[in-house]
Design a protein around this ligand. Structure first.
Ligand code: PHE
Length: 460
């Protein structure tokens, strides 16, 4: 096994790791994607299915990623190579590293919109949806916002694990929590908010189909930042005596708590203002500004909301960049600084077409001549195509392969030993074998089934 280089950094404490990893997990996925998926798929029923998938499949798999990272004390490629160097398996780590950067490239575009909203709210008035359409179509807004977001991300990552990532997570995560509580308070005290709470908290099983289960699983998975090497990388900075089960458990619990709270923030306001909860991806960027526009203290709450969204995206963006940077630092002579700025620059170049695809450059806004409209919906732009290829397909594929690697090549028993080290006691006699079975069979089979069903559904 490769030994970690002596100067490799570690988190300063469990709290530092938990906040950084929760910062990765809590992102646009919780605050933008989760509420609209729940709104589209039957509210409370979706939430119940989401929780089931999370506990039965995603959390066990989260433990596998953390164990793999800590065992190798390396980036995803190095962590796999530490176990099996003479096979093509390290390529799966390579897929994670590349996909992390590709996801960051368009994630930063959406994050830039949120930042734009914070600024725009302060300087300009106008119908909110019109403002949004203008902001995302105007290259003079979009490119600096997107570039600025990546610049700040690279700056934090260049600072290192403790003095960059951990320090900022410790500042930003509490701010995020306070903002969320403030907005929830405003939302649930609006007259008519009760209908939103009913919708969100009362399961309507008539809306549940097989596809809803697929959606819920995909969401749980994306939300925990799985399949992307982030948890392998963050796990690689954990000391050997850290209890992975407890600290991983905290990360999952915070992520879930914030997603559930995001629903509590959004639905009461949407219902109180007479809007439709099943508006899809535009729920946050188009419907909510309308909601804010109509409610007392709305423009202030709106600014807070987009600040919240930007912070959540920022700590996730940091983790996406860190995967690539840890690869460069471990495997090449590059210094962390050079790696962070270089990787940030590549993400910028990769993301430009996505940034310009929302109306700025018409040729990038509709790629149906190239990719058809079966997989990507009607008139897909570069951003939609990137999200589908990397955010859906690559992510799920690499997770399935990684769990096969952990379960069969490394060996579930070996992985379990790593998982147990630092717990101070053995994982229960029942829990151990159940976890092994989840990693060897249940997780890869289900997640591959999800991929196939998703693709078939798009084709048929
Ligand atoms: N978990 C993040 C979110 O919920 C997204 C993400 C995925 C971040 C993969 C890093 C890696 O928005």
């Amino acid at each position: 096994m490769a030994l970690p280089s002596p100067e490799r950094e570690q988190w300063s404490s469990r709290l530092g790791f938990v906040l950084a990893a929760a910062g990765s997990a809590i992102g646009l996925g919780n605050i933008w994607r989760f509420p609209f998926k729940a709104g589209d798929n039957g509210g409370g029923a979706f939430v119940l299915i989401y929780l089931t998938c999370l506990v039965l499949l995603c959390v066990p798999y989260l433990f596998a990623e953390l164990a793999l990272g800590r065992n190798g004390k390396r980036n995803p490629v190095g962590a796999i190579r530490a176990i099996d160097a003479r096979s093509p398996w390290p390529l799966v780590g390579g897929l994670c590293v590349v996909a992390g950067l590709a996801i960051l490239s368009y994630y930063a575009v959406v994050a830039g919109w949120a930042v734009g909203y914070v600024l725009r709210d302060l300087v300009a008035a106008g119908a909110p949806d019109a403002v949004f359409a203008r902001v995302i179509a105007d290259p003079l807004w979009v490119v600096p916002l997107f570039g600025g977001f990546l610049f700040a991300t690279a700056g934090v990552v260049a600072g290192g694990v403790r003095r960059g990532i951990e320090r900022w997570a410790k500042i930003l995560m509490p701010v995020l929590f306070v903002l969320l509580c403030l907005i929830i308070f405003r939302s649930v005290t609006l007259p008519g908010a009760g209908a939103g709470l009913d919708f969100y908290l009362t399961p309507d099983f008539s809306k549940v189909s097989g596809l809803v289960v697929v959606e819920a699983l995909g969401q749980a998975f994306f939300s925990l930042s799985l399949g992307m090497g982030t948890m392998i990388t963050y796990g690689s900075y954990l000391p050997d005596d850290e209890n992975l089960i407890v600290s991983g458990g905290y990360v999952a619990a915070f992520d879930t708590l914030i997603a559930l709270m995001a629903g509590l923030m959004i639905f009461p306001a949407v219902f109180a203002m007479g809007q439709n909860p099943a508006e899809g991806p535009s729920l946050v960027f188009v419907v909510l500004p309308d909601v804010f526009g109509a409610m007392p203290l709305g423009s202030f709450v709106g600014t807070l909301f987009f600040l919240l969204l930007a912070i959540a995206a920022f700590t996730s963006g940091i983790s996406l960049l860190e995967v690539f940077v840890s690869y460069l630092v471990d495997e090449t002579p590059w210094s962390r600084r050079a790696a962070a700025w270089g990787a940030g620059g590549i993400a910028f170049a990769l993301g430009l077409p996505s940034a310009l695809s929302q109306g700025a450059v018409p040729a990038l806004s509709d790629l149906s001549w190239l990719v058809g409209d079966r997989f990507f919906g009607p008139s897909p732009g570069v951003l939609d195509v990137m999200d589908f290829l990397w955010g859906s397909v690559a992510l799920v594929l690499s997770a399935a392969l990684l769990s096969l690697f952990v379960g069969w090549v490394w060996g579930a028993d070996e992985a379990l030993t790593e998982l147990r080290s630092g717990t101070g006691h053995t994982v229960g006699r029942v829990a151990g074998p159940v976890w092994c079975a989840a990693i060897k069979y249940a997780f890869p089979i289900t997640i591959l089934a999800v991929l196939v069903i998703d693709l078939l559904y798009d084709v048929l």
